[in-house]
Design a protein around this ligand. Sequence first.
Ligand SMILES: [Zn+2]
Ligand SMILES: [Zn+2]
Length: 438
Amino acid sequence: MCSVNEEGAEVFEVLKPIEPLELKCRKCLIEDGNVVLQKKFVYCKTCFVPMVTHKFRATVGKSKLVNRGERVLVCVSGSQSSVSLLHMIWTGLQQSTYKRLTFEPVVLYIDESVLHDYPLDQVKKIKELFEKYGLTYHIVKFSAAVYLDNCLNKDTNVDQYNDKLQNIFNNLSDLTLKEDMLMKLRKRAITKLADLLKCTRIMTAENEHKLSIRLLSNVALGRGSQISLDIGLAVNNKNNNNTSLVTIRPMRNLSAKEISYYALFNKLDDFMHSNFLTATSEDESIQKTTERFVNDLQVDFPSTVSTIFRTGEKISEKTSAIAYCLLCQGIMEVNVSPSSAMEATKYSKYVSLMGVKALKLSLKELKNEETNEKNCNGCKCRNKQDLKEKIIESLCYACTHIIQELESLDDLPEEILNKEKERLQFKKMEEQIKDFLL
Ligand SMILES: [Zn+2]
Ligand SMILES: [Zn+2]
């Protein structure tokens, strides 16, 4: 930020370091302050909790997203944010008639202990918490949710699926891709469970801070076109053309600090919730580097997160999209122009791989060249290689990187492979009859 000009400097909120803090709550002006937000706004506990709850209610109530009696899948990961979301919903259900939340929550915890080392009694404690609230709940193993259609059946042996899932992540050496894949598989699992549990709305607990980091990481990962799908207030999950399934993020207007104070004042315990980036160095993945970038800026400029977030909100999804990615269900760029950023990236990849030879060939010739080189003629692995080449055609730019790293596609969920085979079949049929088409 060395070249910030006078105009630019005004955009950021610069605080005088010696500005004395008011000691009284800025809302009631009577009580002593307990919380300081954005380095200058002081609130007492009595005013703070209703204010946070109000922000949550306002987000849920906005545009009448949830109808009376509608089944809503509330995803609880055990993080502070998700535990607070559960508490806010429960409180909302206890209120007097006109203020009461009227939807029917179905609480979901996906047990990811197959991938991360969680304390052995974590599931038991989560169960105790859910029992305490007295809401309908389900605890499902991650591998069952990814691979099985009847994942709600607790008696199924999931050992072989645990191996499959671990295989996928062991194959991915890059932390960036591992985390990206985890996010996408999680999303698939949640969508599937919402369908099974007959829920038409999904609530997840990402806060403003998390969504800002996700927004910037998405751009860096090449998922720019999917931003509104990943951070929006309400987005349709484009699964099997079922557009009625909507994801809502009711904590999106709350900062991480507001949530921690809410949890503290309501004595809410959170649980261990890991991902592949937990306890890794900041230089090892795009997501962690982005997180550090945002956090560092936030220290000096408390409006950083909300500025990123509000800017991101203005980005809307292309309505003319005709293809969706097989893995992440995000929008796919089809028929991109040869001068697009994506084609340019591909071209520079070829140049760095093939050297001077690449400069003499056109992009199309380069693609053929690459396919020829990869095919080991006559060998048994040909078919599998073929499927991998084909499946890439149905993936978005970012998901292509994940699939390319996988040694074999056998560990992917069956439904992805089946859908791809179906598409190939359809394409073959189209080829055969194309001369008869008008
Ligand atoms: Zn007050
Ligand atoms: Zn994708």
